[in-house]
Design a protein around this ligand. Sequence first.
Ligand code: GDP
Length: 543
Amino acid sequence: MDKNKEKIAAEVARRRSFAIISHPDAGKTTMTEKLLLYGGAIHLAGTVKGRKADRHATSDWMEIEKQRGISVSSSVLQFEYENMCINILDTPGHQDFSEDTYRTLCAADSAVMMIDGARGVQEQTIKLFKVCRLRHIPIFTFINKMDRAAKNPFDLMDELEKVLGIFAVPYNWPIGTDGDFQGVYNRRLKQVELFHERGDHGASKIEAAVFKLDDPALKTVLNSYYLEKLTADLELLDLAGDEPDPQKILSGEQTPLFFGSALSNFGVEFFLREFIRMAPAPGARISAQGPIDPVDTPFSAFVFKIQANMNPDHHDRIAFIRINSGRFEKDMEVLHNRSGRKVKLAQLTQFMANDREIVEEAYAGDILGLFDPGLYHLGDSLSAGKRIDFEPIPVFPPEHFARVSARISMKRKQFQKGIEQLAEEGAIQVYQEPSIGTETYIIGVVGELQFDVLEFRLKNEYKVDLHIQHLPSRLARWVTCEDPAKMPQPGELKIGSSALEVLDKDDRLVLLFESEWASSWVEERNPGIKLLSIQDLEEAAQP
Ligand code: GDP
């Protein structure tokens, strides 16, 4: 291998790019911050949310985040730990922003699933888990908030298996789960690790007191009740539990399970160490030209997220790319697959939330932000060598619809510009009613809160107040016809009042329904047509 390739191979091998998935409030933000603390990227942890002074961990790109107390835009945090280079893709936590989260997961090589020990597997965890499953990425589970009363750990394992269908292999085991957390038994190192609160609520790193199970000194610090319970638990685990199997972990069949408390740092560092040991480095990616090896292929990347106006002072638009192979060097020229144009990659930034740093070089697994003059679309590929088309990012069907217009019709131009921008970011899907002009659009979104984002961003970035009329429709179906000559025109279908007829951005006929039942009814009454969901439509379009 030549020196250049050797360097790339070494850099790729030490990269770990992952996303944290969780139900809101399970502790994702706290965990992110603690990982930064252990990575030396910050020195004292505070609360990530709502603390302006410590800019490193804030992701308050949007005013709405503060108002709602939720994180809307995903940021990328990079830090080094024990010579590993770690990229955390910080996914928005609110269930209504799941579409953006889904896309972010396309840029991750593994996921950390945070679960609140008292609540177990929650609704949003299930949704996000399913996407990880689809992508076959390994999932590491951290049961959080063990400093409080939690569910029985065996029941939690059972829940993971029954609800998610994944087998959990505990790497540590909690001692004291009724709000009397003493520490954990480390199953890999076969030792008891006892924790002591430092009294600063986890603002600084902690050390554990370590004992072998048969160490007489252990009895002097741990009540015999805990020791007996632990011994019984461990016996049961050895009898009934699965052995860790690296292959099953990589394919997402098994999940390494960790217990701890992000708030007080209990178990955070052990988790980080084990995670970087087991989580995969960037691997080959699927493309229309075959698998793309991260080391053997020159630079290539794909756009997984677009966001405009992150900085209210400059109305710039950022395309986030994930490097899939090779090395990025500042000012390099690459091929943009959709336009067929050569583009120069100048001024790429890496994001430490709001702090932008210009990047000189980066490697497969890294995430970069590109200033986007309006050239990039979600899913576009860039490559330094021959053309590469990475597999498309999945689209998600909208479930909420509204008729949207500008309150003041004089603002129509701005209104259209804002709607177009948000559509390109993938935040909304835009339809039009036939015979109605561009003053009113039908907007479809995956999560209802996206309407708030739409309203907020149009007001703040485009100075347009919106009129939003929510519609009862819940699903969109594209009208297709085997014989294109017989394709119905708007107004020709027998739909009664069961559907709303609209055109999508490519002028294709779409029906919006309140239920599956209504959609089947229309299909029956109109022989020759087939109604397809966006996913079916895209699948049908595949060669
Ligand atoms: P996110 O919505 O998943 O990002 O959750 P946050 O990290 O914002 O945490 C939600 C709440 O749970 C906050 O009040 C945290 O302080 C609290 N929290 C996070 N981790 C722990 C933990 O280990 N123990 C306890 N008791 N509270 C925690």
